[in-house]
Design a binder for this molecule. Sequence first.
Ligand code: COA
Ligand code: AMP
Length: 636
Amino acid sequence: MQSSYHQVYASWKSDPEAFWRDASRAIVWFKEPQQIFSPSQGAYGRWFADGETNTCYNCLDRHVLAGRGTETAIIFDSAMSGAKARFSYEEALAEVQAIAATFQAFGIGKGDRVIIYMPMVPEAIFSMLACARIGAIHSVVFGGFAANELAARIDDSGAKLVVTASCGLEPGRVVAYKPLVDQAIAAAKSKPAHCLVLQRPQLTAELVPGRDHAFQEAVALHHGRSIPCVAVKAIDPLYILYTSGTTGQPKGVVRDNGGHMVALHWSMANIYAMKPGEVFWAASDIGWVVGHSYIVYAPLLAGVATVIFEGKPVGTPDAGAFWRVICEYDVRVLFTAPTAFRAIRREDADGEFVRHYSKPHFRALFLAGERADPETLKWAEKMLKVPVIDHWWQTETGWPIAANPLGLGELPVKHGSASVPVPGYEIQVLDDAGHQVPPGTLGNIVAKLPLPPGCLPTLWEADERFRSAYLEEFPGYYKTADAGYVDDDGYLFIMSRTDDIINCAGHRLSTGAMEEVCAKHPDVAECAVVGIADPLKGQVPCGFLVLKKNVTRAKATIEAEVVKLIRDQIGPVAAFKTAVVVERLPKTRSGKILRGTMQKIADGEPWKMPATIDDPAILHEITDALRSKGFGSLPM
Ligand code: COA
Ligand code: AMP
């Protein structure tokens, strides 16, 4: 099929409001928007400001009313416990209504915040949709975060209710969630009044009388209830999703209802080429934006069945897990992070598992979350013999900024490129002074304002932080904080972040936040955390510690304590396993830590002595310290 991408992109560019008005017709509105774009509202304008709707209605009720109630909406498969279940739209709707009634019984209503800290189980998705149904705002927290991170999110959102489970299941261990919730609530300044705990068969959590309630029992009281969808404004928040910023204080990305639905619905057909009734699988976690958009909302909005998978690409039980799921449920399109494919390739280089499972209808693999390295991409193409599409997006945008839009007809693939800007985004590459750079030149990637529907309008109760973090540096543009270049054909190459965020196993982590935690260790005077290359996870953090004078304890003990501190304070997801005590940190004469050079040394890449360095001997000390840990390189 000849690609219509260029025509569609041109039609968007010539009249964005007409383009999004057309797209908005795919959504059921309780009050149809007359204003498509309101430039004077919000930090850069708002989409569909006078429209009213409900996201849960569009995900479930509308399909039931259209006669599709008995079709499969949600497929649950736990490679950890062996549990499997299917829910039709009707069944999902009944579950969601009972949970919505339970939330209401706990005093939750429109605009109230609910924290969802749960593993990959259907009740997590039902709880998200139940919030949407009654106009409450959910904030899902990834299970791999520690109590401290959970407390920060409880406080920032001012949540009245926490929905959790007794445990998550990780290979080789049962992760007790409830003690983490208890610690987080104890640490939080703003205390949620209630906590609903899903008791899983693998572990029973203790409940605090009065505050905690067993999820199953509480919800059972409301089975069979009919709870109407509350009309919300298109611009009312649907959820807050916290993501790493440059400090320990995470950024609360706000997503609205109307624009979000319009953008996601458009993307399902035009980017992912999905049709109602087919099965789509985003192998991610609902704690991340990919999970919000493409496990939960986009497939259900489009009437596409979605898979909730509790497991890993390898080890649960083997590197065939993904192909088993695709084969068993006739998955048409898979979306995951390149790190998952690196893990599979490492264990199944010759593709024996890939061939073992038949997947005649499997159409495409989409990769995002980190740069898809060309070797992994080529391996996936060779093994799967379907288009393998690297596409680029962020928690902030909620849907792809650049992609090869399969639904519009595939464009030629260029390995290493996230393809072309999606209609809605005008992307430019600027130098630090804000001037556009020629094709092929590396620079700051920015999106011309306004951002399209679906993107964040602001940060939760932090309009000023939103402006200063994203809009100030390049007036008239949204700063993506990614660096890269555009080639002569308009293909985008996303190369690195321009801030201190690193990408570890497709997870976004702030080295600044890790430095704040390292600095809390009583023996640490100064520290720096950099991301170093890792063949599986892309990058992993490595901490450099300078000890206070007169500290005589063994360096190895302090290093191990700092590793534990990060696990306890940020969580296992930080994958912080390496800390190195050094005498001093390399700095410029003006006092800036030379993180880039330290990273190159650790990666074993050639590096040059920076002209501005205060004392060149320090880099040799760092090199020696790293070599004692098994990595590091010598200067050119
Ligand atoms: N609850 C509690 N702990 C969790 C968790 C959860 N929901 N998810 C991860 N963890 C823990 C893991 O058990 C691990 O702990 P460990 O240090 O004791 O081993 C740690 O957090 C790091 O987890 P993870 O990043 O998943 O690494 P891994 O080594 O277990 O697995 C991959 C590596 C590549 C297989 C895995 O990261 C993966 O499947 N990635 C897919 C990418 C993805 O989902 N990206 C999201 C955006 S698309
Ligand atoms: P997150 O907000 O967790 O989705 O992470 C967003 C960041 O991940 C982006 O700013 C990029 O740095 C990185 N990223 C996501 N997708 C890609 C991609 N396809 N290529 C390169 N980097 C990517």
